[in-house]
Design a protein around this ligand. Sequence first.
Ligand SMILES: NC(=O)c1ccc[n+]([C@@H]2O[C@H](COP(=O)([O-])OP(=O)(O)OC[C@H]3O[C@@H](n4cnc5c(N)ncnc54)[C@H](OP(=O)(O)O)[C@@H]3O)[C@@H](O)[C@H]2O)c1
Length: 343
Amino acid sequence: MKKYKVAVVGASGAVGREVLNTLASRQFPFESLRLFSSARSAGKAVQVGAADFELEELKDDESFKGLDVVFFTSGSSVSEKHAFRAAKAGALVIDNASVFRMRPDVPLVVPEVNGATLELARGTRVVANPNCTTAQMVMALKPLHDRFRVRRVILASYQAVSGKGQKGIDEFERQVKQYARGEKLTVEAFPHPIAFNALPHIDVFQGDGFTGEEQKVMNETRKILGDESIRVVATCVRVPVVNCHSESVTIETERPVTPEQAREALRSFPGVKLLDDPATNAYPLATNVSGKDDVYVGRIRRDPSLPDGAHGLTFWVVGDNLRKGAALNAVQIAEAAVQRGLI
Ligand SMILES: NC(=O)c1ccc[n+]([C@@H]2O[C@H](COP(=O)([O-])OP(=O)(O)OC[C@H]3O[C@@H](n4cnc5c(N)ncnc54)[C@H](OP(=O)(O)O)[C@@H]3O)[C@@H](O)[C@H]2O)c1
């Protein structure tokens, strides 16, 4: 079996560590593995499977020579500076930052949903990994769109602190301890205290009143589903949950749909699990979905606010933002690229 020379940029971060765990657990065939971070973490050891690897500082003039695939998990400024340089040096780049996602020459890929668009990467050699909230939502939308044609999506998200990376998790844990000790909560990573709160503010406010996160969901959903006519509106909220984003999703459809037909469509879609039995209090929960690969859907019901109640539904979607929302999807892209002979 062919083996690949792999690098992870941002390997000490929340997503980067999860990429390493996923490469090991899915036995991605790597011949060598280079781990990059900033100077802050350089020199530290990181365990991947049974072996230890050392973090290297990513230098401005890093050549990326000889690498087959490079995962970027360091944020937009690092990707902006280095991703196309790595691609020019011959690697296939799988980028977790948002900076290239809407470029027409860069595919934005969720393999189960639009894996064929990976072919576009033969040109640029750069593939974008979607926003975490978008990735899990399109997993639920795709089988419904294929059968019932989704025309409109209304999203309210309840997003975990791990979506802000390691500093988000650290801030939440620190504030819970400060609260327990009766101290004032100190704020660094989020705009207000996140402990015992809900913040309708993720990413930066844009001129139209939406946040960057909300705009990403609205734009990326259309690109991934390959249908610019779908209308999407999002309100993204940060909640004091460590890991897993939860979403209330309401859709309008062109064709009539019943909850049972939707369950049937979702049940047979790879990567989606149905958990929808209100009689036994069974519905997806962040604490249960954390660490799982599948996206969970439940609470599927008719939308009685629609004129005939037949052309739409409302439901609840929970996914692990570090896994399907980031690392797992990125490694699945690498696996699909191997199958297509892109690396
Ligand atoms: N968290 C999520 O749920 C999620 C989901 C989808 C996409 N993403 C995206 O994934 C990326 C990483 O997010 P994260 O949550 O993992 O953040 P994070 O926990 O803060 O990790 C950031 C990583 O980038 C490294 N880094 C920072 N500056 C660098 C530089 N100048 N050169 C090289 N490496 C540098 C850090 O290294 P040090 O340890 O040295 O600081 C660390 O390894 C972001 O683009 C984010 O938008 C995140």
